[in-house]
Each structure stands twice: as C-alpha cells, then as structure tokens.
Design a protein around this ligand. Sequence first.
Ligand code: FAD
Length: 432
Amino acid sequence: MSKWVIVGGGMTGMALALAGSAAGQQVLVLEGAAETGGLTGTMPMHVGDTEVIVDRFYHVILESDTHVLALLDQLGMRDEVRWSSAPASVVANGVSYPATSFTDMARLPALSLPSRMLIGLSIGLSLLLPRFLADRLTARRWLTLTAGPSAYRNFWAPILRAKLGNQACRVAASFLVFTFRRLVSARLSGAGDRFGVLPGGYAEVLRRMEQKITGCGGEVRTGATVAEIVITGQSAEGRIRITLADGTQIFCDEVFVTTPGPITSGMLPQLTADEHDRLTAAPHLGVICGVFLVRQPPNDSYITYLVDDADLTGVIGMHALLPAVETGGAALLQLPRYCASDDEWFELSDEQIRDRLLAELARCLPDYRPEVIDWAISRAPHVVPLPLPRAREPLPHQTSLPGVHVVSTAQNTSGTLNVETSLHQAEAAVTG
Ligand SMILES: Cc1cc2nc3c(=O)[nH]c(=O)nc-3n(C[C@H](O)[C@H](O)[C@H](O)COP(=O)(O)OP(=O)(O)OC[C@H]3O[C@@H](n4cnc5c(N)ncnc54)[C@H](O)[C@@H]3O)c2cc1C
C-alpha cells in the first residue's frame, strides 16, 4: 500500500480519493477550506426559522452525465435526483420571449427569416469545423462570418454571454465545437434532455464520499491549506515533502494536486519554466454569484438569457427545477456574473455586490421587484482557463517531478466545466 496525498477536496479531489481508497491506497485529502466541495460546496440559508442547504453555485445534472450517475449509484443516491424539463426565456428591451429550444430562439422577433436560416447553417458548419481552424478563430468571428452580424448580436451573443459573461468575445471557436458536439452526442446516445438537481446540492454526495474514504482507512482533513510541495529525497516516510500554511510537514511518494493552474503553479516551485507557463498562461474565467431566496420568482424559467448588455450574465431560476418544499417555500434565484479572474467586482463587499446585482436585475426586468428573504454572495476567481485562440497544450497529468500529478481544471481546454468532466478526468488520472 502506498500513501496518496490529494491536494484539494473539490469533486476532482474527492473522486480521486474514493478511487484510491477503493484500490487499497492509504489516502489523505488536504482541503484548504473549512468544508469539502470547492465549487460544488453548499451553505446554509434561512427562510424564517427554516434552514435550507443551498448550492454556492448552481448545479444541474444531464441525463448523459454517465460518470455522475454512476457515482450516485455507488453512493445509493440516484433516486434523490429531481428530473424535469427546463424552460428558458430571453429578455430583450425589458420584454420576455420563450427560449426553451433552438426553435423558440430562432423565432425571436428581432431575427429575420434569412437570419434564422443562417443560424441553422452556423450550427451545421461549426460541427464540421476542423480543429486547427477552430483553435485559431474566435467564436465571435466565426459566428459573425457564418450567421451574419444581426443573428450574432440577437441570437449568439446572449447565449455566449450566459456561459462566459464579459469574456465571451475572447474565446476560440473550439468552445462552440466542443459544446455543440456534446449536445449532439447526448442526443445521439439516446439520453433525454431533462435537467436533474439534487436538493441540498452536492452536500450529501460529499458526506457519503467522505464516509466511504474514511471507512477504507483514509482521512479527509479540512482547514489544511497547502503552501509548498517539493521533492526532497531525504525522508524515509517519502520523497515528497508537503508543507501546510501552518508549517506542518507531510511526506509521501505520490501527490495529486487538484487546485486551479495558477494556485498549483505557486505550490510547485520545482516545476520547469515550461510547466509553470502552461499552468498560468491562459487567463481564467471567474464568477461572482448572488444567491437569493425570494418570495416570488420573475418567471418560470430555469435560465433567462439577457440580450441587452448587462453587468449580470443571466438569471438562473432554480425554483424551475427544485420543488419549493426543498427551499422552505421560497424561490431560489442565482444571479451570476462571469468575468475575468481580476475583475474589479472581486474587490467589492458582499453588500455592494448584492446592490449592484439587484440594480442590474431591475434594469433588465423592469416589471420585477424581488422580495428578498435571505441572500449570500459566492466568489470563485479561477473557475476554468479561457479557451483562447492559439492556446498552449495543457500539462499532462504526470509532471516532470516523479510522483507529482496535476489533475485539475488546468487541463480543461473546452472552457466548459462540469462535474462529469471532473469525474472523467479523475478516473483517467487513476487508470492512466
Ligand atoms: C457558476 C458555476 C456553475 C456550475 N454549474 C454546473 C452544473 O450545472 N453542472 C455541473 O456538472 N457542473 C457545474 N459546475 C462545475 C463544477 O462545479 C466543477 O466542474 C467542479 O466542481 C470542479 O471540481 P474541482 O475539484 O476540479 O475544482 P474545485 O471545486 O475548484 O476544487 C478545488 C479545491 O481545492 C481547494 N484548494 C484551493 N487551494 C488550496 C490549497 N492551497 N490547499 C488545499 N486546498 C486548496 C479549494 O478550496 C477547492 O475545494 C459549475 C461551476 C460554477 C462555478
């Protein structure tokens, strides 16, 4: 039995630890925060005296998420998922239109008949776009070329903004190719197009994962921030020395680092200059998310796309997927602002962010004034590297340092982050 230390207790780290424990390794997870979960972490909120556990960031499961569903099976939780179709709408100049399907979107009044036909053509051509071209053009350039400026402005720009906020104009066309192919392969695989949610988010999933890890003799240590990882070759306990922020030292022969690229780079001073560059070169997409429990939602939609420029990326209505009984009778709204990792909003207080998000909401949906029962602000400066044109190849899992593996969003080249990809990546790192 060898000792595996896993840095980061998000879904990737916990999945690695679960796989390692099942394979008979002695596993230690070091998580810097007070709780495991990372981006899938949860928090308590209140509706009167009722406490409800809420996702810090909204999460849905697709019927094609085979790794997520297999994990839920393993934990005896598949029946906990609430499945439903997810209505969507789009708001332009304060007026709301249905946008649940591409057909709805293509019927938007701002789109002429030729624009609608060009939108169909742009999807078809994107599926055929060869990789070397997709990696060189921006999505904006490609879609403006294939669908025309009007369809880009009124159709594609709001969709891209809902995924990438004010960073949407920078990404490569490969982001589209990946997204369209994922949607098409989900359809072809026969999986349905309903969305699933776990009441209380991933809290219970993480609790059961930890239970299984500790049941196999492993340990999950929270509040354990890793400051440095170096190869020493000096200790009988292992060649790799991990130093925590409080000075504690841990030795092992295998370490898996699951933190975002820039944090990973700072922890591993012995990596080569090329490896540091690959971890830090791409600017990261960040997100600030207002989480609001409100008396009445603005509409029945899971997602409301915003055509007009806004400091808000979109409106996520979890009430469309979660029965109200799971949220103390209130409606759960999430107001994300996807942005650069150095966005000025990261400097603002929670109250300032709340006020700005609500002001933007009032500007975009002039007929809606939410009665807020409870609120919180979640922040993540390093969600995923932005897939820019001519990006560098990501770091392989095995670094130049023997026994030091990087398994994190640093290897995500698609710009689309989901738990399915995290679990798939963890599996690939363990099975080689
Ligand atoms: C707004 C938003 C919406 C999303 N929606 C969905 C969705 O609908 N469906 C879906 O499947 N996925 C969704 N995701 C993606 C999903 O949350 C991620 O794919 C997944 O959580 C990534 O897990 P991870 O472990 O790789 O990274 P992280 O969750 O970032 O985990 C990294 C961990 O490392 C810890 N850490 C950092 N520094 C240190 C240190 N120095 N020492 C020790 N620990 C450290 C962090 O605290 C964190 O726990 C969404 C993400 C966001 C942000």
